[in-house]
Write a protein that binds this ligand. Structure first.
Ligand code: SF4
Length: 206
């Protein structure tokens, strides 16, 4: 939750970009009641913007009672995923399933240090900015490729490929190794693009 001159901003997390109907309805009802707006963020969450300061706790409480979770420091980042199989004709894998498996793997992990993003693409087209994410997983006909060190922003760069033809289990293990390495080498916040130059970085470009 953040406050600015026009009101409070509350980000409701939506794993895999899925918006439960009860949260959608409650958000609509609350927005109508309190006169705020709803922004669909580039990270596949919804942000309630211009929420009157006096109503913010009530809005959060109403949505939390439906199971909504809110953005807060130290959370493991929700992967940004494309719609994947079977909803896209190019899709080779069920991206939602892989995203959920990743979140299950890191569920209960203590504070995750900032700042890295994960993306999952259902094919090599790479719609969810796959090569410009810190950790990118891209499905192909012969397994998954994993890229590390991409970033967007003012100085964008593509990640390097550290694995190809990987199984789903190998992908999960690689992400675990990367997140552990990031935790080990990061004081408070760091992008993966810096870590790939570290002499101890556990992968090579392939
Ligand atoms: S990355 Fe591939 S599967 Fe995913 S939306 Fe784009 S074209 Fe479809």
């Amino acid at each position: 939750m953040s406050v600015n001159s026009t009101g409070v901003s509350i980000t409701v997390l939506l794993p895999s970009g899925r918006l439960p109907l009860d949260i959608m309805k409650a958000s609509h009802d609350l927005a109508t009641k309190y006169g705020f707006s709803i922004y669909c963020s580039l990270l596949q969450n919804i942000r309630l913007i211009n929420v009157p300061e006096g109503a913010a706790e009530q809005v959060k409480s109403d949505l939390a009672s439906l199971g909504a979770k809110f953005k807060a420091p130290g959370q493991f980042p929700l992967p940004r995923i494309c719609i994947g199989k079977p909803h896209c004709s190019f899709g080779l894998v069920d991206t939602e399933k892989l995203s959920n498996e990743l979140l299950d793997r890191f569920d209960g992990r203590g504070k995750t240090k900032a700042k890295f993003r994960i993306s999952i693409a259902g094919c090599t087209v790479g719609c969810p900015w796959t090569k410009n994410s810190d950790i990118s997983i891209m499905a192909s006909r012969v397994g998954y490729s994993v890229y590390v060190g991409g970033k967007g922003g003012m100085v964008p760069r593509s990640g390097i490929r550290i694995k190809k033809k990987a199984t789903e289990q190998e992908v999960l293990d690689i992400v675990q190794t990367l997140v552990d390495f990031h935790d080990l080498k990061t004081k408070s916040k760091q992008r993966m693009s810096k870590l790939i130059k570290d002499p101890d970085f556990p992968f090579s470009e392939v």
